[in-house]
Design a protein around this ligand. Structure first.
Ligand code: J2J
Length: 537
């Protein structure tokens, strides 16, 4: 059974990608079984204390798959997984892969508003959480969500489960009857950054994702001797797949899990575990660059620091290699598919000033103007892409898909880029209603819709404002029904509605009217300039 509502590649393309050897027909279940034999006692992952070998990992996954099966989780069932950077994350998602059940990857930062929507939209049968993490009680969140999502039969808790199902109790010793799973089927649903309202769910197949891991590994020179430090939340596509934790598992390397990105935790882990590669977003790179000046940790094992998720300024980029004595790799990717890398042996000029080039020779890209006509080399336009690991449509979103994809299947990234004569891409801006807050994506419309529910809000427009540290922060321009003495009330309102903290506007500006475009739409460009000017004063 293939998940309904997932647009897929036209048969001639699918046949081509298979013939060319992009899609090998290997599932994540196959991969783990293979690697358990091949790498047996080598360490697959550690959180700095507990170490798990490939064969132990495989065993645990089978046990958990039995437990999930006993609960009634079956092939095709959606399961929202909201686990932080812990070993249990891998047990859970690989057990679901083995069953053909479909993880929906929520981020630890998500709250009621997001989780309720994921569970409802995906008609999730189960929701898997830690008991508490980062001072937040996820079981309370789960009980709120379960009240209003009928499909949700199971809350599974890693840790103190109380009235819910304990993850620990689901590791069962019994033979696991594996259902037949095809590599062309959907392996999981990844999240989009979103630009129109709520984030869309991104269906990725075993075939397409596995291909992206294989090519990423070649480009990033990942081998069984690689040690990857995961500091970004591993549910995000970048640390998961570019080449990320799954690339490492593919190659038989070792994953080192950090609970966060603080140098106090990360630097000693790099030294202790002899980490060779890690992935950061630009604000974390800035923090690390400051921290390295005053610390004595031996980070000489590091070969590559990847930076991506948001534009990395050249001024900061040029400081990585001299400060850390390792290579910088810029990564410009998206959960929808296309990933661009600077290559490890590219000249400094390219590594510092561009966001790389597509990883696969089968990636097709076009840079177009507003009329969808190609622009000249070096000119700025919107990036469109199609290829063996770029989706053909979001899950259950036919109306949105008609806008987000061209009729011949190119994904409209909403990124404004230029491409030089050697094919290297520079991200120049964005033509989507999104704020990129240091790599965390905020759909303006989602926040606007929440604010419109406030009784004193007449109209609202959320825009990006420049920020030295995060690159961008968010600013909500609000027109009120009647004057308010509490500018903080809107942020509080959003918090109470259960919006993830990173989506709460950093600033609220009360205004009388909005500037309009000639078509009568709110002119967000003018609003961005207005806040930019104000910040400069
Ligand atoms: C500028 N903008 C960037 C960059 C992403 C690898 C790396 C990142 C992501 C990711 C990913 C950027 N410079 N270096 O999935 O596998 C912005 C673009 C893009 C959007 C995608 C991966 N790297 N961006 O960030 O799905 O606007 O994926 O379209 O979260 O982030 O966001 P997301």
């Amino acid at each position: 059974m293939v998940l309904d509502g997932c647009p897929t590649w036209p048969e001639e393309y699918a046949a081509y990608y298979r013939e060319e050897g992009c899609w090998e027909g290997k599932t994540f279940g196959d991969l783990l079984a293979e690697n358990a034999k091949k790498y047996e006692n080598r360490i697959a992952m550690t959180d700095g204390e507990v170490e798990v070998s490939y064969s132990e990992f495989n065993k645990k996954v089978n046990q958990l798959a039995v437990g999930f099966q006993k609960l009634g989780i079956q092939k095709g069932d959606r399961v929202v997984v909201q686990l932080p950077n812990q070993i249990a994350f891998f047990d859970v998602v690989f057990a679901l892969f083995r069953l053909g059940a479909i993880p929906v990857y929520a981020l630890p930062a998500h709250r009621y508003s997001e989780i309720h929507y994921f569970c409802e939209f995906a008609e999730a049968k189960a929701y898997i959480i830690p008991d508490t993490y980062g001072g937040f009680n996820y079981t309370l969140l789960a009980s709120e969500v379960q009240k209003s999502v009928n499909s949700l039969e199971h809350i599974i808790v890693h840790g103190e489960a109380n009235k819910y199902t304990s993850l620990f109790d689901l590791y069962l010793q019994a033979d696991f009857k594996e259902p037949e799973i095809k590599a062309s089927e959907i392996a999981f649903l990844q999240l989009s950054g979103g630009s129109t309202g709520l984030s869309k769910l991104i269906p990725r197949t075993h075939d397409d994702y596995m291909y992206s891991l294989r090519v990423s590994n070649q480009i990033c020179r990942i081998t069984k001797n690689s040690v990857y430090l995961a500091v970004l939340p591993i549910a995000h596509n970048f640390p998961m797949s570019s080449p990320g934790v799954l690339g490492i598992l593919y190659a038989g390397g070792k994953i080192v899990l950090a609970s966060g990105s603080s140098p106090d935790e990360a630097f000693p882990l790099i030294q202790k575990e002899q980490v060779t590669i890690t992935a950061l977003v630009p604000p974390i790179a800035l923090i690390w660059l400051e921290a390295i000046k005053n610390r004595r940790d031996d980070l000489s094992s590091l070969q590559v620091i990847q930076v991506g998720g948001a534009k990395f300024s050249a001024e900061v980029a040029q400081r990585i290699q001299p400060s850390f004595g390792c290579k910088l790799q810029q990564v410009f990717g998206m959960a929808e598919g296309l990933v661009n890398y600077t290559r490890l042996d590219d000249p400094d000029e390219i590594i510092i000033h561009t966001q790389g080039k597509p990883m696969s020779p089968y990636d097709e890209i076009k840079i177009v103007n507003e009329d969808d006509n190609l622009v000249a080399t070096g000119e700025v336009g919107e990036l469109l892409t199609r290829g063996p690991y770029t989706i053909c449509g979001y899950y259950n979103a036919p109306a949105h898909n008609r806008k987000a994809f061209t009729s011949d299947g190119f994904y409209r990234t909403g990124d404004l880029v230029s491409v030089n004569e050697h094919g290297y891409i520079t991200v120049e801006g964005r033509d989507k209603d999104q704020i990129n807050r240091g790599g965390e994506k905020i759909a303006a419309e989602e926040v606007e819709n929440h604010l419109l529910a406030h009784s004193n809000v007449f109209d609202v427009a959320v825009v990006a404002m420049p920020d030295k540290f995060l690159g961008e922060r968010s600013c909500a321009f609000i027109i009120l029904h009647s004057a308010s003495d509490h500018p903080g009330e809107f942020k509080q309102f959003l918090r109470e509605r259960g919006l993830a903290a990173y989506k709460i506007p950093d600033r609220v500006e009360i205004v009388e009217t909005f500037p309009k475009t000639p078509f009568g739409k709110v002119n967000k460009k003018t609003l961005r300039q207005k806040i930019d000017q104000k910040l400069k004063i």
